[in-house]
Design a protein around this ligand. Structure first.
Ligand code: B3K
Ligand code: ZN
Length: 897
């Protein structure tokens, strides 16, 4: 029978939200049988299909299918002859079908050659699946869309020695031997689900088992499947899962539904993890952890991702998405849920500050670039390209704003309505927002613009203090930049919650809104919801000119513009209660100083000590001396704004000046606060054994922040400290931090040691891929000259594997996105290197190839020489004879701006 043409040859077409049509057919039951062999897999499907109500009888059945070899096709047991159906590039059309029938279909696939890691594929020796968004169509012909929900029964047959463990969604209902060599297992999932939540795993795995008792007293079996060598890295994920299960019961009243919850760890995975019903599949990097191999950031990631996938059981699985335009319905909401969970488990402020960091650098940049799209996009060519920071992170901020506007109780009422009303259904963002309106009695119609309008809004604030009347007026003006889908003037004003406070000499000034402005500007729990392009609020009984503190807890994903004096910022840093604003004040203070240096460099001057304003040194000194502050906060406030954040402040990014200025200020801080930093380092540097809790993480964070500054100074004592920290091999957080400093040190004294240390580190950890990945990324992000050559060398070494996404991200991704001074090397070799890799990956793994393009998409933001060089590379990629849809969309949109 026909072998469908590869998807990569299909001309990219655009899918529009406005064209959404309900499915013509439904699949009541899905029975699948997989016969797994080394050189092919035979898939048999039996689908109980019904024509949807109101659909004309002559409408053909159109199924999705990609890269499938069709072996047989039958309706109600009768084989179809060739004229009865048509196999297209990505479809199978059956012309005449009854209103209710049994469709049987046999296909052959080659998971062993599937390098896209989408559909059924092999990771090392294990078979596994990734079906979201449209991977199921690479397994069998199906209605591969999220609004077709079906009850699945899955039988897996495989060699019993190579694949002793056979898993799928739901409950195991049957298993047995077949002929002494092969065995089978049948799984049944009682919950109807769309195909994207289907999962299958077959491999030589062992499990770590646990149980959880739900709020209604049911005992859930928990199984974490890993390779035997990883058995010692499972505990943290299991603890995190049980915490997440409990948290979702406490905070959202959501209980787990199946009797078993399984997680499987795989090495080759395109993203972090996948929430398949009852059978989550995880990238090893997001589930395995122990102190010897995992940093604090790694522990946090595992906790967050385990929780995120678990929370999807309700926000995503029980209530799923009508179509992929609604992706943020599950992702934005679930990111908000996991962020709140992490905040409750660790330090709330630290979590918030980290998330805001991602928003203000990466998401704001995405929103200002050629791939900018609303939280609910209006169109896409390849949906895989829309698993973005906007859909996830901005989507979570939008849900957070609803939470802020409604308050905790009403938000919970809304989420209860949403979950119970749409349980077992495929819902839309409107359904979610309506439930929130109903739960709170509030009107969120203007709020909906957050879902349909792209671009980061700016809110500029001016103020006026009337000393005679004792009034203080704040005036807010909002604007949104033009983005690909709409110009600035076509956009409607947003409803923006601004949490605020006024600082007086004696602390917080009580907020009393003047009666006249109460109609338009009501303040609820210190939150002002602005709705107009320009809007003022006047406070009375203000007896001194206050310092306004705005956007507390980053209450809206906007750029807030208000010119604070350095003295105001120091004040906020010292006394403000809101942790985010306190941290942000330290960022704005440093940013101001760095910006002055950038300007000076751009005018051709060199920098001198006086350019590092004394206010910054004094501010940092005070933070280090402040005994009331949480150590994690101290560490965060001492960290200079990232290069990416500094870059975001400019229309034209001057890579060299930003790098030089930031480095100069870093060195000044190190020199001028040397004793304070060293004291702090020594005080915190203990050999106590590792524990993962907020306090211990905070200590290590501050200690390593101090070390990072100190290592900017070429000083023997510091070098010794750093080498001693490395040699102590106490935990991976400290070891990797020391290694990073050794590798990035320009000191001649470390030149040889550097190579020896890198070699010894690799020698020790070569059998731990996650540690090798860390080793790669430490080298890839080194800002010293010559790093590009090292990175190129590493891509050619046997350590590297272009087919493993974690390796690609650790080496190529880290280099291109976190090493701006080397990536943007003036010769253009960095761009060429990246494009070479993208071209190599284009057909092998289109999703990863498309992600790698991100740094090139921002080409318009650089100087004209760099613009030219980057554009050349984009054009080179576009000229490739066969381009995957994924790569085509990103390159095409980048070149169309
Ligand atoms: N839902 C998956 C992401 C799937 C990405 C497909 N390209 C993981 C998550 O967000 O939980
Ligand atoms: Zn998710």
């Amino acid at each position: 029978m026909t072998n469908a043409v590869s998807a990569t040859e299909a001309a990219p077409t655009t899918t529009y939200l406005k064209d959404y049509q309900k499915p013509d057919f439904l699949i009541e039951k899905t029975e699948l049988t997989f016969n797994l062999y080394e050189n092919f897999t035979a898939v048999t499907s039996n689908l109980t299909m019904v024509r949807a109500e109101g659909v004309e009888a002559d409408k053909p059945l159109v199924l999705n299918g990609v890269d499938l070899v069709l072996e047989s096709l039958a309706i109600d047991g009768t084989d179809l002859n060739q004229g009865a159906y048509e196999v297209g590039q990505e479809t199978l059309t059956i012309k005449n079908v009854p209103s209710r029938f049994q469709l049987s279909c046999e296909t052959r696939i080659e998971p062993q050659n599937n390098t896209s890691l989408e559909g059924l594929y092999k990771s090392r020796h294990m078979f596994c699946t990734q079906c979201e968004a449209e991977g199921f169509r690479k397994i069998t012909y199906y209605l591969d869309r999220p609004d077709v929900l079906s009850e699945f029964t899955t039988t897996i047959i495989a060699d019993k020695h190579s694949y002793p463990v056979l898993l799928s969604n739901g409950n195991l209902i049957k298993k047995g031997e077949l002929n002494g060599v092969r065995h089978y297992a049948t799984w049944h999932d009682p919950f109807k689900k769309p195909s994207y939540l289907f999962a299958l795993v077959a491999g030589e795995l062992v499990s770590v088992d646990d149980t959880f008792t739900t709020m209604s007293g049911r005992t859930i079996e928990i199984k974490l499947y890993v390779e035997e060598k990883d058995l010692d890295k499972c505990e943290h994920a299991l603890v995190s899962l049980k915490k997440a299960m409990k948290w979702d019961e406490d905070v959202y009243g959501r209980e787990y539904d199946l009797d078993i919850f399984m997680i499987v760890a795989v090495d080759d995975f395109n993203m972090g993890a996948m929430e398949n019903k009852g059978l989550n599949i995880f990238n090893t990097s997001c589930v395995l952890a122990n102190p010897e191999i995992t940093t604090d950031a790694g522990f946090q990631r595992v906790e967050a991702v385990v929780a995120h996938e678990y929370f999807h059981n309700w926000s995503g699985n029980r209530v799923t998405c009508r179509d992929w335009f609604q992706l943020s319905l599950k992702e934005g909401f679930t990111v908000f849920r996991d962020a709140e969970f992490s905040a409750d488990m660790g330090s709330r402020t630290v979590k918030r500050v980290e998330d805001v960091g991602v928003m203000r650098t990466l998401q704001f940049a995405e929103d200002a670039g050629p791939m900018s799209h609303p939280v609910r996009p209006a169109s896409y060519m390849e949906i895989s390209n829309f698993y973005t920071l906007t859909v996830y992170e901005k989507g979570a901020e939008v849900v957070r704003m609803i939470h802020t506007l409604l308050g905790k109780e009403d938000f919970r009422k809304g989420s209860d309505i949403y979950f119970s009303r749409h349980d077992g259904e495929a819902a839309t963002i409107e359904d979610f927002v309506s439930a929130m309106e109903e739960g709170s009695g509030k009107d969120l119609s203007q709020f909906m613009h957050w879902y349909s309008q792209a671009g980061t809004p700016s809110v500029s604030v001016s103020d006026n203090y009337d000393a005679d009347k004792h009034t203080y007026t704040l005036t807010f003006k909002q604007s949104v930049p033009s983005t690909p889908e709409a110009t600035s003037d076509q956009k409607k004003p947003f409803q923006i919650p601004i949490a605020l406070g006024l600082l007086g000499d004696e602390g917080e000034i009580p907020l009393v809104v003047e009666e006249q402005s109460q109609n338009s500007s009501r303040l609820v729990d210190s939150v002002l919801a602005i709705t107009q392009p320009e809007q003022s609020v006047t406070f009375t009984q203000v007896n001194e000119k206050p310092v306004p503190v705005m956007l507390k807890n980053f209450s809206a994903p906007v750029k807030l513009e208000y010119s604070y004096s350095r003295a105001d910022l120091l004040r906020i840093m010292a006394v403000e209660n809101d942790g985010f604003c306190r941290w942000d004040a330290s960022q704005q203070l440093a940013l101001g100083v760095i910006n002055d240096c950038i300007e000076k460099l751009q005018q051709g001057h060199s920098l001198e000590a006086a350019d590092c304003d004394a206010s910054l040194i004094e501010g940092y000194k005070a933070i280090l001396a402040n005994k009331d502050l949480d150590l994690a906060m101290v560490a965060l406030m001492l960290q200079l704004p990232s290069q990416a954040y500094i870059a975001e402040q400019f229309d034209v990014i001057d890579v060299d000046a930003i790098y030089q200025a930031r480095k100069f200020i870093g060195n000044q801080i190190a020199e001028r606060l040397y004793h304070e930093l060293l004291d702090s380092y020594k005080h915190l540097n203990s050999d106590e054994s590792y524990s993962f809790n907020a306090q211990a993480v905070a200590k290590r964070s501050l200690k390593n922040t101090a070390l990072h500054y100190l290592m900017k100074i070429d000083n023997e004592e510091v070098r010794k400290q750093c080498l001693a920290q490395y040699s102590a091999q106490n935990n991976m957080t400290d070891v990797s931090s020391a290694l990073r400093n050794i590798v990035s040190s320009p000191s001649e004294a470390l030149k040889e040691i550097k190579q020896q240390t890198l070699a010894a580190f690799y020698q020790k950890w070569q059998n731990e891929p996650l540690v090798v990945n860390l080793w790669l990324s430490i080298q890839a992000t080194c800002d010293l000259p010559g790093t590009l050559d090292e990175v190129i060398k590493l891509t050619k070494s046997p350590v590297f594997d272009l087919q493993n996404p974690n390796k690609v991200r650790s080496l190529i991704g880290a280099f291109a996105s976190q090493n701006s001074i080397n990536f943007h090397i003036k010769t253009g070799e960095g761009y060429q290197f990246l494009s070479d890799q993208i071209i190599k990956l284009n057909l092998k793994n289109p999703q990863i190839a498309a992600r790698l393009i991100t740094p090139l998409t921002k080409w318009k933001r650089y100087d004209s020489d760099r613009q030219k060089l980057i554009k050349q590379q984009l054009e080179r990629i576009k000229a490739e004879p066969k381009l995957s849809k994924d790569v085509f969309e990103v390159v095409d949109k980048s070149l169309s701006v």
